[in-house]
Design a protein around this ligand. Structure first.
Ligand SMILES: *[C@@H]1O[C@H](CO)[C@@H](O)[C@H](O)[C@H]1NC(C)=O
Ligand SMILES: *[C@@H]1O[C@H](CO)[C@@H](O)[C@H](O)[C@H]1NC(C)=O
Ligand SMILES: *[C@@H]1O[C@H](CO)[C@@H](O)[C@H](O)[C@H]1NC(C)=O
Length: 233
């Protein structure tokens, strides 16, 4: 029996397995859209960051005999980030699988954001992850732009949480009178961090494309824009 979709000659009964298959595939797809990283097949797999082993969809596991409780401890967030280093008076300190190898396969990572007064984390996306932001200190105005172009934004106080749905453009600014700190959680071991202005203006996209896309008239305007973007993000 053949189930060729192109021939169109199958009987009604012959199509049923195809319909069942397509429905199953669509349901599986729906589940995958909701999930972030795939579930692990073991309790832990502390990443071996040495470049030797092959990598398919994650990192190889450190030899279990060499894993200790210290592998599961991450202490980098004890110290604040250097808000002078990025050009916007804010700094993200990452705890992804590359800083914290015990996260490997577990579908989670964290960021500590430090802000000076008026500090900004520029609009960016995480293509592989949703994110929550928890205000540890200070007051943050933050928001995201939905897929239909609507801005959802709020001013948060210490203790508040905001969520950025997976893949949406979002930003943060310290609107308080002193420094601010947030602790963010992401449902991917490596969420990706794409800063919109830097992606657009510092990636060698041809000037003709950018000028037309931004509606600006000549290369002088573009050079000004490109020179204005804080390059370290
Ligand atoms: C485990 O640790 C020991 C001691 O540090 C080292 O000699 C050995 O090569 C390690 N084994 C693996 C598989 O990494
Ligand atoms: C913070 O960053 C600035 C700018 O890159 C640098 O000059 C300064 O030395 C850094 N401070 C510390 C404590 O690392
Ligand atoms: C670029 O365009 C602006 C107006 O958009 C104009 O004021 C400026 O003179 C132009 N510069 C050059 C070099 O053509």
């Amino acid at each position: 029996m053949t189930y060729s979709i192109r021939s169109g000659v199958g009987s009604r009964q012959a199509w049923q397995p195809i319909v069942a298959f397509v429905c199953t595939a669509l349901m599986a797809g729906a589940v995958m859209v909701q999930a972030a990283d795939p579930d692990p097949l073991q309790d832990f797999c502390v990443a071996d960051l040495s470049p030797s082993g092959p990598r398919v969809n994650g990192l190889p596991c450190k030899d279990r005999a060499n894993v200790t409780s210290k592998d599961f401890l991450f202490t980098d967030f004890r110290t604040s980030g250097n808000v002078s280093a990025k050009g916007t008076n804010a700094y993200p300190s990452f705890a992804t699988v590359f800083e914290y190898p015990a996260l490997n396969t577990l579908g989670i990572s964290h960021v500590r954001l430090d802000f000076g007064i008026g500090g900004v984390v520029p609009p960016h996306t995480h293509p592989f992850s949703s994110e929550t932001l928890f205000v540890v200190q200070g007051s943050i105005y933050t928001g995201f732009v939905s897929f239909d172009g609507v801005l959802y934004a709020e001013t948060l106080q210490k203790g508040d949480i905001y969520i950025y749905p997976k893949g949406t453009l979002h930003f943060q600014i310290n609107v308080g009178t002193g420094p601010a700190i947030t602790f963010n959680s992401l449902n991917s071991q490596y969420p990706g961090f794409l800063v919109a202005a830097n992606q657009l203006l510092l990636s060698n996209i041809p000037a003709a494309v950018l000028e037309s896309s931004l509606g600006i008239s000549n290369a002088t305007d573009l050079n000004l824009l490109e020179a204005s973007v804080p390059p370290n993000w």
